[in-house]
Design a binder for this molecule. Structure first.
Ligand SMILES: Nc1ncnc2c1ncn2[C@@H]1O[C@H](COP(=O)(O)OP(=O)(O)O)[C@@H](O)[C@H]1O
Ligand SMILES: [Mg+2]
Length: 324
């Protein structure tokens, strides 16, 4: 890895570490991680609860001082120029920051004032951003009267009011229903596509990471365990998951013999009338397999080829499931 900072690098962190003193002893939340994020990307920071995502984010946005390590964020040194970092980034915390009784407009204007944006300008930008996030007409409503999805979009509007080059979103869709999540994702893509803002988001949802990110960083126990595009990561998993359903369990011995001839003996599992194995290119293997089964007098009633998911990637990398 070269140590040169390309002009397109917007985050570069080296050896970031954070420990917490607790009554039970020292907790090593982040154990020395390196990050390089290119401008204009949507980068997903994926890992299970407790992996160290929020702690990493809080260091990058200057809310927590690293125990060790250094970072440059939008051209500013984290330790020497935290004010410079803060001015150039947006940060949307895991639980949002709007208070339920406050009026949306006032919340936006007073947040903008922190960045020295005059009230009239704040109102103009606020109304424009609300429109872009399908929140027209909420200016005089209270934040607490918005739906979960609307409130989360408002959080993002607040994070963008000072036109940052880079926005950090901590678990943007946690707690939302599937429809609101899909809607939020299209707005997050819009932030990058329409405003050109680089997006760095954390998530423990594989589907969110998969759907949104150009690049993924996978974190577990405070360490980066993999990085690349979703396709890169999936190609590391050994093969597709093949599932065949037979008419009856009586056919299983014959079917296992046929599958073993195709897939190798150690790889075939059976349970009742369902047979499973891994194959490097499942779609290519399937027709021959069905033909060989037919020759043995066995006609499956179901056949499925599943491409690896990010869940399989995580399982392969860590031996554990990403699910809570
Ligand atoms: N202020 C703190 N004091 C003590 N331990 C903490 C503190 N913040 C986070 N941790 C611990 O650090 C680890 C990482 O937490 P966090 O960064 O919030 O994970 P994630 O956002 O990936 O769920 C967890 O074990 C958590 O309990
Ligand atoms: Mg978190």
């Amino acid at each position: 890895m070269t140590d040169q900072i390309s002009t397109d690098t917007i985050i570069r962190a080296r050896g970031l570490k954070r420990t917490f003193k607790t009554r039970g002893g020292m907790v090593e939340a982040v154990k020395g991680i390196d990050l390089t994020v290119e401008r204009g990307r949507i980068v997903g920071f994926l890992g299970p609860n407790g992996a160290g995502k929020s702690t990493t984010l809080k260091m990058l946005v200057t809310l927590l001082t690293p125990t060790e390590g250094q970072a440059t964020v939008v051209g500013c040194d984290l330790r020497n120029d935290p004010v410079g970092v803060r001015r150039r980034i947006g940060y949307v915390a895991q639980n949002g920051t709007t208070s339920p009784e406050a009026k949306v407009g006032l919340e936006i204007v007073s947040h903008a004032e922190l960045y020295g944006i005059p009230r009239a300008e704040a109102r103009r930008r606020g109304e424009e951003l609300l429109g872009a996030f399908d929140l027209d007409g909420v200016w005089t409503r209270t934040c607490g009267s918005l739906s979960g999805g609307q409130r989360r979009r408002l959080d993002i509007v607040m994070g963008l009011i000072h036109r940052p080059e880079l926005v950090f979103l901590d678990e943007p869709s946690t707690g939302l229903d599937p429809q609101s999540r899909a809607n939020l994702w299209s707005h997050i893509r819009g932030v990058r596509d329409r405003l050109g803002t680089t997006v760095f988001l954390t998530t423990h949802y594989m589907d969110e990471a998969d759907s949104l990110s150009d690049n993924l960083l996978v974190i577990d126990h405070g360490k980066i365990v993999a990085e690349g595009t979703s396709a890169d990561l999936k190609s590391r998993v050994r093969g597709d998951a093949m599932t065949l359903t037979l008419r009856s369990p009586d056919q299983m011995p014959g079917a296992v013999a046929v599958a073993q001839a195709v897939a190798g003996a150690g790889n075939v599992q059976s349970e009742g009338n369902v047979l499973r194995f891994q194959a490097p290119n499942g779609a290519m293997v399937l027709p021959g397999l069905i033909r060989d089964l037919g020759a043995a007098g066995i006609e499956p009633i179901g056949a499925e080829v599943a491409r690896p998911t990010l869940e399989d990637v995580f399982l392969t990398l860590t031996g554990r499931s990403l699910r809570d």
